[in-house]
Design a protein around this ligand. Structure first.
Ligand code: ADP
Ligand code: MG
Length: 240
């Protein structure tokens, strides 16, 4: 579904992604781990052109995002993204947060958008919060709304950038549980996370990044039990 070839990204003189080559198959769950500043967020953002690659190619369902003629809005509709800091629309209640894009971007009727939104809110355990405003919700609830909002666009692929890093510890599990359910339902996803337990349990594949490069890419068992590189070993020694 995603194919990344010779991707480079620089900000000014600083090359933050160097020769990234990888792919994500339909239905696959990939977790991306690595030290702070290693380029994980930039990599994820290149997958939906929130960052413009400096060179190289990113194919989504066969279409090259770096081709200037590609309809990026069309491709973004296929990709849901969930951020560390939720980014809900603060002036809209939960229901409107979920229905806004389906109605304005996809032209869904209000009735249809509402019906789907209510289903999704039930799925993330927030049916009673339809009329609540974001500032009245806990961090864990906000993030579950953000996930439901992304799903309301019926994406093919979900990108998560440290979805639990801004949460109080007692709220991490409720959000990871929602993400796990989604993973087990067959959604294709790329998850940047520091939750090693989650990565071990849910990922089909681990991508370990350091200093703008993919240093190691393997199944979770091999990665956590016997990493191939010293850099991955020393990272694991610090976080496990
Ligand atoms: P990670 O998510 O792994 O912590 P990032 O992708 O956020 O890493 O950042 C990788 C590097 O790129 C860091 O050195 C960061 O300071 C730099 N960087 C990220 N975004 C920008 C930007 N918009 N302008 C300049 N430098 C940036
Ligand atoms: Mg980051």
């Amino acid at each position: 579904m995603i194919n990344v070839e010779k991707l480079h990204k620089s900000f000014g003189d600083t090359e933050v992604l160097q020769d990234i080559n990888t792919s994500i198959e339909r239905g696959e769950v990939v977790t991306i781990i690595g030290p702070s500043g290693s380029g994980k967020s930039t990599f994820l953002r290149c997958l939906n052109l929130l960052e413009q690659p400096t060179s190289g190619q990113v194919f989504v369902n066969g279409e090259d995002l770096t081709n200037p003629h590609v309809n990026i809005l069309n491709i973004r509709q296929q990709i849901g993204m969930v951020f560390q800091h939720f980014h809900l629309f603060p002036h809209m209640n939960v229901l409107d947060n979920l229905t806004y894009a389906p109605m304005t971007v996809k032209g869904e009727s209000k009735a249809e958008a509402n019906r789907k939104a209510e289903q999704l809110l039930s799925k993330v355990g927030l049916s009673e919060k339809v009329k609540a405003y974001p500032n009245s919700l806990s961090g864990g609830q906000k993030q579950r709304v953000a996930i439901a909002r992304a799903l309301a666009m019926e994406p093919d692929l979900m990108l998560f950038d440290e979805p639990t890093s801004a949460l109080d510890p007692e709220m991490v599990k409720e959000v990871l549980d929602v993400i796990k359910d989604l993973a087990y339902s067959g959604m294709t996803m790329a998850v940047v996370t520091h939750e090693m337990g989650f990565a071990k349990e849910v990922a089909d594949r681990i991508i370990f990044m350091d200093e703008g490069k993919i240093v190691e890419e393997s199944d979770p068992k091999s990665f956590f039990e016997k990493p191939k590189t010293e850099r991955a070993q020393s990272f694991l020694d610090k976080v496990l």
